[in-house]
Design a protein around this ligand. Sequence first.
Ligand SMILES: [Zn+2]
Length: 191
Amino acid sequence: MVLPLPCRTSAGFRRPLPPDGCPWHTSDVPSDVRCRGGTVGRTRTPVVAGWFTGEGDDFRLLGTRCAACASVFFPREDGLCRNPACAGGELVEVPLSRRGRVWSYTDGRYRPPAPYVSDPELPWEPRTLIAVELAAERMVVLGQGVEGVSVADLEVGMEVEVVPGVLGEEGDDESGTVWTTWQWRPTGVRA
Ligand SMILES: [Zn+2]
């Protein structure tokens, strides 16, 4: 299994990150090298607990489904069914469809405020935001595009799939945290 996370050294070297971490992100790598997928020594922690699970091909967003009316909620609803026509049923955790179609997209040209995690020392790199329609769940889920995907690469109706991604990093290489999230990656299937 190869995670779709790029590793980039100061030399601009990129390649897929193997599951046991970045082979170049070791203690003898110069301190100016930043590994965007750095898993070595850092704890990978979901930026929001309970919204996604798994790694690689098993990665899935998690929602909840009302046992009474079958409405699906993401972000997950664990209290009461939000369907006004429903008397309310048990809300059961369900994995969402891995693939959907681009409903809309834009790019974030400004650094979002806290609690968004970003390093103020680094220049802000615009990230592509994609709203994805999941047909089975009849919902639209927003998320970042994977690194390297720009608005020029996207069109409405294009198929994308959910993959694990990194939102940001905090702390040092030994005890720091890698904040994980979900991202959307085009599958190559067009509208
Ligand atoms: Zn319901």
